[in-house]
Every structure is written in structure tokens, then in C-alpha cells.
Ligand binder design. Structure first.
Ligand code: S3P
Length: 455
């Protein structure tokens, strides 16, 4: 039963090379975190929910496939638009086979939370990257609530979770600021009778809380020791809702940085989510001197949205020192931000990045080694990343994506600002979050080739 999922060896090689200024308008794909939650939370409502603007990429398709295997009817009505027929809290059905979450930590950890309220065994697994990632951070609280877990060595995937009809509500203090931990425990809390609380050391993204409220759940949040305590009331039925998913600021980070690195660029990004728990990248880039105009768009739902106009003045970015308080609201954007720092004047320091070690790859190490290979001085001190920028790095290297979409996209973007192109092996991983990345960047005029054959 405990079989790992098959890994598709990603032979695809992509390249990013120097070229002219970027121009044009782009709508980035739907937010990945919000798309996962749209399917997962809709699945627990009673009746049909609607979600528009959803990300259609491997990670979210994995969540959809797992939910279908758990008896949830999901229909695609148009590109990015879905009808999800929720089965109600406690209403999931035992799956026939293993639930394969692919590359997605969000899928694995949030599904684990939902499954704890269901009295049947289910096996969660994923690709080689996901099977290396820590799961104890969700297993510990879910175990305290009464679910049972059998795991591979070190508490990793594959895991078998056997839930119960009698979940115990808990107050759980998480050692890490993690929206995956928070949402997982809150989703489990929906199935417990009483109030379940998660205390996080710093506020992580709050998409789960916003969406749960939209579905009629009683969710409260209050400050706690510099962090946040979030509570949900269990055993209240969720009503269906309509969700409008904004563009993903984590994807927007790549064209944003690419435009900033090329002199004379002017790029507009439309409909990007600007939830304040996600916008550290904008504050950081502006602190580096970036010219980013923001026009607020009327909210389509629970999440704020804006259009951006970014202008590149090559060589004008300045180094920045970002404290650890940036980490939760910038966590997925450090790869893009590191490329901006690689081309800025001076030494940038990003502090408190321990969590980057347990992402789709060890991103701290992947950034350090990739930057060094491309001719940029970079080093790690404790959990800080230091980057000594240079306006036109050498490039001319081949880097491995380490099954990490953001590492792949970041180095392709860096290549556009280098003297020589950067090649990325294993670029197929980009399909986990932005299948049309190469096409979108080429439309803006970037010399990014994602069709290149492996040599
Ligand atoms: C996510 C939370 C973050 C983030 C990940 C998506 C989510 O992870 O890095 O890409 O959707 O909740 P952590 O919760 O591990 O910080």
C-alpha cells in the first residue's frame, strides 16, 4: 500500500538570455494558495460552489484529483471556472487508491487536516521533492486531535492517516509561521465539536480564514505574543459560496523582477492579489528603489486586487536588508527577490530564512549555489542569505531546478540580465504553478526559451 508515486524525470531544459526591454500587459495565473483552498473548502460545504479564475497547473490539478477520489464532484465549466459539489463536513468517501499530491505541500498538508475528521484510512504521497518535506508539523497537532498516522521514516510521506468521528478540539501552538499548518488544523477543527485554535509565532497568509468565513464558518483571530491566535468553531455546516481567485502575486514576482532588471522596460500586470500577508515582495522591491505603480481594483471577493505598472531602469536597484519579519509575507518570493539583489548595487541581506530549507527544494542552498555558479557572490550565515549584487552578472551556466518551479523561473529571469544565458535543467517543474510561463515571458519580449530540448 505504501508505494511512492512515480516521478516523471523532467528532462526539459529551458534557457533565459540577454535581450531588449520588456513591454506589454500580462494577466498572471490564478493564485495557487487560494485555488487549492477554493476546491478543498468547497468540498466540505453542503451543495454547489462556484470558483472562477482558478489556477490550472499541476499542483492544483493534484488537489482536484485527490478530492474526486474522495467522492467530490468537480466540473470544469470554462477555462479556470469550476462547479464543486460539496459533500459536507464529515462527508468524504474512502478512496480506492493512494492520494498523490504530486509536488504540492499545500495539497498534502491541507488534505491531512480534512481527513482527520473521517473515520477511514487514506494514504497521502507525492513526488520525490514532496516526500523529502517535513510533515510532523501537521501530524503532531492532528495526532493530538485524535487521528492516527503511520509515516515513512522521519515522519515523511507516504503517510496513512486514519481519522475519527470524535475529533478533540485543541489549542495548538505552532513552532513555525505556516499557513499550511494553520489551515490544516483549522480544516480539522471544522470536524471537532468545540473550538480549535492555532497560535502562530508570526502571522502567515490568511486566505484560509477569509475563505472559511465566506462559507459561513465562525473564525476569529486575535493578537498573541507578537503572533496570531486563530480559532474556528467546529461542527457548523458550511454553505456553498462563489469564489473569485485573484492573480498570484508569487507568479507576478517573476515578470516584475524581469522588467526591473532590463533598462527601458514597461510592463503592466493585471488583477494581482494584494492580500497584505503576501505583499512583502512589493515592499522589498520598493525599498530597493523599484518603480512600481499600483492601482487598486474593486474587490471581487474576499481578497484585495490591484493592477501594477512597473518600469525598469537598468542598474538602478539598491541592495536591501530585510529583517525576519518579512519572511512569512515574502516566503515564496525570495527566489525572485534574490535575482533582483543579484543585480543591485551593494550587499543585500535577507534574514531569518530557515523555512526556505524545507520548500520544494532547499531554496537557501539552491539560491546560494546557483548564484555563485552564475558569477554572483552569495553566502549563507545562519539562516540569512547574503548577496553581493553586480549590474550584469556573468551567467553562462546550467543549473538544476531540483524539482522546484520557483528556482527554475528565478534563474531563467536572472539569465535575461546576464552577459551569457542561463540554462535550467528540469524546467518541466514550472508546470506545477505556471504552465504558460515561457510563453507569457516571451510575449513581453523576454528571451526565455522553455521549449529547448535537453542536450
Ligand atoms: C502556502 C503556504 C506557504 C507557502 C506555500 C503555500 C499555502 O507554505 O510557502 O507555497 O498555500 O498555505 P508554509 O505554510 O510551509 O509556510
Amino acid at each position: 500500500m505504501m508505494q511512492p508515486s512515480s516521478d516523471t524525470p523532467s528532462a526539459e531544459t529551458a534557457s533565459g538570455g540577454p535581450g531588449g526591454a520588456l513591454s506589454g500587459r500580462l494577466r498572471v495565473p490564478g493564485d495557487k494558495s487560494i485555488s487549492h483552498r477554493a476546491f478543498l473548502i468547497s468540498a466540505l460545504a453542503v451543495g454547489e460552489s462556484r470558483a472562477d479564475g482558478c489556477l490550472e497547473a499541476e499542483d492544483v490539478l493534484a488537489t482536484q484529483a485527490c478530492l474526486r477520489a474522495l467522492g467530490v464532484d468537480i466540473r470544469r465549466t470554462a477555462p479556470g471556472s469550476y462547479r464543486i459539489h460539496g459533500v459536507g463536513v464529515h462527508g468524504l468517501a474512502p478512496p480506492d487508491g493512494v492520494l498523490d499530491c504530486g509536488n504540492s505541500g499545500t495539497a498534502a498538508r491541507l488534505l491531512a487536516g480534512m481527513l482527520t475528521g473521517h473515520a477511514f484510512p487514506a494514504v497521502l504521497t507525492g513526488d520525490a521533492s514532496l516526500r523529502r518535506r517535513p510533515m510532523r508539523r501537521v501530524i503532531d497537532p492532528l495526532d493530538a486531535m485524535g487521528a492516527e498516522f503511520v509515516t515513512a521514516e522521519g515522519g515523511r510521506l507516504p503517510i496513512t492517516v486514519t481519522g475519527t468521528d470524535d475529533l478533540i478540539p485543541v489549542t495548538w501552538t505552532s513552532a513555525v509561521a505556516s499557513a499550511q499548518v494553520k489551515t490544516s488544523v483549522l480544516l480539522a477543527g471544522l470536524h471537532a465539536s468545540g473550538i480549535t485554535t492555532v497560535v502562530e509565532p508570526r502571522q502567515s497568509r490568511d486566505h484560509g480564514e477569509r475563505m472559511l468565513r465566506n462559507f459561513g464558518a465562525t473564525v476569529s483571530a486575535s493578537a498573541a505574543d507578537g503572533g496570531l491566535a486563530v480559532s474556528v468553531e467546529g461542527n457548523t455546516p458550511l454553505r456553498p459560496a462563489a469564489i473569485a481567485v485573484p492573480g498570484d502575486v508569487s507568479s507576478a514576482a517573476f515578470p516584475l523582477v524581469a522588467a526591473l532588471l532590463t533598462d527601458g522596460s514597461e510592463v503592466e500586470l493585471e488583477g494581482v492579489g494584494t492580500n497584505p500577508t503576501r505583499t512583502g515582495i512589493l515592499d522589498a522591491l520598493r525599498a530597493m528603489g523599484a518603480d512600481i505603480e499600483e492601482e487598486r481594483v474593486e474587490d471581487a471577493g474576499a481578497e484585495p486586487i490591484a493592477n501594477f505598472r512597473v518600469r525598469g531602469r537598468g542598474g538602478s536597484l539598491q541592495a536591501v536588508d530585510l529583517g525576519p519579519e518579512y519572511a512569512p509575507r515574502t516566503i515564496d518570493e525570495y527566489p525572485a527577490l534574490a535575482m533582483a539583489a543579484a543585480c543591485a548595487n551593494g550587499v543585500s541581506r535577507f534574514r531569518g530564512l530557515g523555512e526556505l530549507r524545507v520548500k520544494e527544494s532547499d531554496r537557501l542552498e539552491a539560491l546560494r549555489t546557483g548564484l555563485q555558479a552564475a558569477g554572483v557572490a552569495a553566502r549563507i550565515e545562519d539562516d540569512d542569505l547574503l548577496i553581493e549584487g553586480t549590474p550584469c552578472p556573468r551567467g553562462g551556466v546550467r543549473i538544476d531546478s531540483s524539482l522546484d518551479h520557483r528556482i527554475a523561473m528565478a534563474f531563467l529571469v536572472l539569465g535575461t540580465a546576464c552577459a551569457e544565458p542561463i540554462e535550467v535543467d528540469g524546467a518541466a517543474t514550472i508546470r506545477t504553478s505556471w504552465p504558460a510561463f515561457g510563453e507569457a515571458m516571451r510575449q513581453l519580449g523576454a528571451a526565455i526559451d522553455t521549449e529547448a530540448a535537453a542536450a
